[in-house]
Design a protein around this ligand. Structure first.
Ligand SMILES: *Cc1c(COP(=O)(O)O)cnc(C)c1O
Length: 401
């Protein structure tokens, strides 16, 4: 049976170069804090990797702090800066309704402590509006946190514009760029980004390693107390091998990025066009600007979970809603934020491609999905109702004529 991995927004396969870097660096086992030769060797390996990643983002090495991944960076950025806000008498944070749970759950924790949060709407096209942002700002606003690209529907937010507004108003701007780093060009200085979260396993690096960019001058409380690692802000002996492998993965991801994105986007568009030929299907979010690999569609009268299981049986790994919520029966908060009704949001499918996918993968997906949808709809009482209403409506229009 053919196997197609189309769940790259959940995680990616490690690139060969990143894997080799990881394996080789494991032998570089010295503690980077040790003063002997082995320690110094590890210290320099980390230093080099830090500078490489920082440079790729347009920042300086001493503005990049390694963490265990996207969730940790998100938590640190928000909780760490909230402490600082309190001292300045500010208690208002602006975010969006369709952030990753790493952001949303962190914000609800802060709300319980008395912070106020405004969640900007994202509308049917899947973007926040600058006018809404401007209208939400008060003299109590200290932080804006808006994701770079959405993990479920792939829409890329107007990050540079948000950055300018925040800089002008003296508000700190954090972006969860976990879906964007390694996939789009980012320049934290040009885009006026103060805090940025990234995670290596979303760009063909290892799991359990990420980073938070903290612009020089932005004060965050320490994440972990202990040793002096990460300039005393995040204690714990460094994961040298993963750090090095992450830098290798990012460098590789950004090589010939435009070319790769063009090829992946062409596969994405062919998938979208093919899937939208199925009756009562719709694309979630606007087509552009959208991550090159993201396809998110809803099929009326189909249960997302059932669709996923059927796809898995024919060797296709995909996702319905967010990977973190699959297993729960609540429809995705992202699709609800777009204004989709519950019953439609239930029938969602996310196919996320990478440069490791091929045109044959797209052919294969398009060859099996229509039949699966038809079979699932044949068994669905919801679909029966939809068809019944449809025929009633046609009769009514005929009568009117
Ligand atoms: C995957 C993801 C995260 C979480 O990253 P981890 O490294 O898995 O903790 C956070 N935000 C977004 C947008 C993501 O896609």
């Amino acid at each position: 049976m053919k196997f197609v991995y189309a769940d790259n927004a959940a995680t990616t396969k490690m690139s060969e170069a990143s894997k080799q870097a990881l394996i080789q660096t494991i032998d570089n086992y010295g503690n980077p804090s040790s003063l002997h030769n082995m320690g110094v060797k590890a210290f320099y390996a980390i230093d080099e990797a830090r500078n490489k990643i920082a440079k790729a983002l347009g920042s300086a090495g001493n503005e990049l702090y390694f963490t265990s991944g996207g969730s940790e960076s998100d938590n640190w950025a928000i909780k760490g800066f909230a402490e600082n806000m309190k001292k300045k008498g500010k208690n208002h944070i602006i975010s969006s309704a369709f952030e990753h749970h790493g952001i949303l759950h962190t914000l609800s924790a802060l709300e319980k402590q008395g912070f106020e949060v405004t969640y900007l709407p994202v509308y049917q096209d899947g973007y926040v509006r600058i006018d809404d942002l401007k209208a939400a700002i008060t003299d109590k606003t200290g932080l804006v946190t808006i994701m770079y690209a959405n993990n479920e529907i792939g829409t890329i937010q107007p990050i540079s514009e948000i950055g300018s507004v925040c800089r002008e108003k003296g508000i700190v701007f954090h972006t969860d760029a976990v879906q964007a780093v390694g996939h789009v060009e980012i320049d934290v200085k040009k885009q006026n980004i103060d805090l940025l979260s990234l995670s290596a396993h979303k760009f063909h690096g290892p799991k359990g390693i990420g980073a938070l960019y903290i612009r020089k001058g932005i004060l965050l409380s320490n994440l972990l107390e202990g040793g002096a690692q990460e300039r005393g802000k995040r204690a714990g002996t460094e994961n040298t091998a993963s750090v090095v492998a992450a830098a290798v993965a990012l460098e590789e991801a950004l090589t010939d990025l435009d070319e790769k994105n063009k090829r992946v986007a062409a596969m994405r568009d062919r998938l979208i066009d093919g899937l939208l030929k199925i009756e009562r299907s719709r694309l979630n979010g606007s087509r552009s600007p959208r991550l090159a690999g993201n396809v998110s569609v809803c099929f009326e009268g189909v249960e997302g979970e059932a669709l996923l299981l059927s796809l898995d049986l024919v060797g296709i790994s995909a996702s319905s809603g967010s990977a973190c919520t699959s297993g729960s029966l609540d429809p995705s908060h992202v699709l609800l934020a777009l204004g989709l009704p519950h019953e439609i949001a239930h029938g969602s499918l996310r196919l996320s491609l990478s440069e490791y996918n091929s045109e044959e993968d797209v052919d294969y997906i398009l060859s099996v999905i229509p039949g699966i949808i038809e079979r699932l709809r044949d068994m669905s009482p919801v679909w029966e109702d939809i068809k019944e209403n449809e025929s009633k409506e046609t009769k009514d229009t005929k009568k009117d004529n």
